[in-house]
Design a protein around this ligand. Structure first.
Ligand SMILES: [Zn+2]
Length: 279
C-alpha cells in the first residue's frame, strides 16, 4: 500500500500524523511526504529570540540558511519515521488563498505517485487565512482535478485516491450524535511508536519543538486523542469518504476494550521518563 501525506509545512507531517506514518512504514507500506512550502517563515522560534535581542546578529542568518536548516531537520525526522521519499514543492510559506498553479502541481504529484491513501489537514475555517486550511482546500481541489484527467487531453487517465484521512480536527466526542456529528471518526493507537514520533519532533529544534515542547504537545494532543480512543496515545482522523464494507465492522481495539481499566492503559507510558530528549 502507498500512503501519501500532504501538508503545508515540513513539521506538520510529524506533529499531526508522525505515529501513524511510522506504523505504516514498519508494516512495509510506501510512505511519501509532500510538503507545499519550505517553511522558512513559519515558527522561526530559534531565530526570533536572537532577532529581539540583537538585530544585527539576526540579520546574519539568511533566509536560505533557515530554509536549508529546516530541510535538514525534516530529513532527519523522516529517517526516524521510516519515510520512503520526500517531495518538496518549495513554495514560499506566505501564500495567500487557493492558487490554481499550486493546485495543478499537487494534482500532478498525486497523478504521478498514485497513492492509495492520503493524509492532509481538516479544512477548519475557510474564512481564516490559516495556511493549513488553505493547503487542504488546495489538496481537495487537486483531487478533483486528478479525477478529471483525460488520457487524450492530459496524457494520463483519471485517478481516485481511495480514502482521505484529515487531521487537526480539535473535537473529541466518542459518538456520532454529540456536536451534531463533527468529530474524528478514527483513532490510530500510536502508543508503541510514540518514541519515534517524539524523536522526529525533537529534530525541529529551529522551531522550538525539541525537548519539552515536543513532550508537552504529545502529552496533550496525542494524549487527549488517546483518552478519547481508550489508549495511551492516539492520532485522530476524520475520514473524507464514506466506506463500503461487506459486513458490519468492529476493530480489535473496540472488542477488547475494557472501559473500567482504560485509565490504567491511558496512563501507562511516562513519556518524559522513558523518552528523554537526547543530548
Ligand atoms: Zn504547519
Amino acid at each position: 500500500m502507498k500512503i501519501m501525506s500532504i501538508y503545508a509545512h515540513p513539521a506538520d507531517h510529524f506533529a499531526e500524523s508522525g505515529g501513524t506514518l511510522a506504523i505504516h512504514a514498519e508494516k512495509g507500506d510506501e510512505v511519501v511526504l509532500v510538503t507545499l512550502t519550505h517553511g522558512g517563515r513559519i515558527h522561526p522560534n530559534a531565530y526570533a529570540e536572537k532577532n529581539r535581542v540583537n538585530e544585527a546578529a539576526a540579520k546574519q542568518v539568511s533566509r536560505e540558511e533557515i530554509i536549508k536548516n529546516k530541510r535538514i531537520e525534516m530529513e532527519k525526522a523522516a529517517e526516524i519515521i521510516g519515510v520512503s521519499r520526500l517531495i518538496h514543492l518549495d513554495y514560499d510559506d506566505n501564500y495567500i488563498g487557493v492558487q490554481s498553479e499550486i493546485v495543478h502541481r499537487i494534482a500532478k504529484v498525486i497523478a504521478d505517485e498514485r497513492p492509495d491513501l492520503l493524509i492532509t489537514d481538516y479544512p477548519l475555517n475557510a474564512a481564516m487565512p490559516d495556511p493549513h486550511t488553505v493547503a487542504s482546500v488546495m489538496v481537495l481541489n487537486a483531487l478533483n482535478q486528478v479525477s478529471m484527467y483525460l488520457k487524450n487531453l492530459d496524457g494520463r487517465g483519471e485517478f481516485w485516491v481511495k480514502q482521505v484521512f484529515m487531521t487537526k480536527l480539535p473535537v473529541f466526542p466518542r459518538d456520532a450524535l454529540s456536536l451534531h456529528g463533527i468529530r474524528n471518526d478514527l483513532y490510530i493507537d500510536v502508543s508503541d511508536v510514540i518514541g519515534k514520533k517524539l524523536k522526529a519532533m525533537d529534530q525541529f529544534a529551529s522551531q522550538g519543538y525539541r525537548g519539552n515542547y515536543a513532550r508537552k504537545a504529545i502529552e496533550s494532543v496525542d494524549g487527549i486523542f488517546g483518552k478519547t480512543g481508550y489508549v495511551n496515545f492516539a492520532e485522530g482522523f476524520c475520514r473524507l469518504y464514506n466506506e463500503t464494507r461487506s459486513s458490519l465492522p468492529v476493530s480489535r481495539h473496540m472488542m477488547e476494550n475494557d472501559v473500567l481499566t482504560a485509565h490504567k492503559r491511558y496512563s501507562t507510558i511516562n513519556l518524559r521518563g522513558t523518552y528523554p530528549c537526547e543530548d
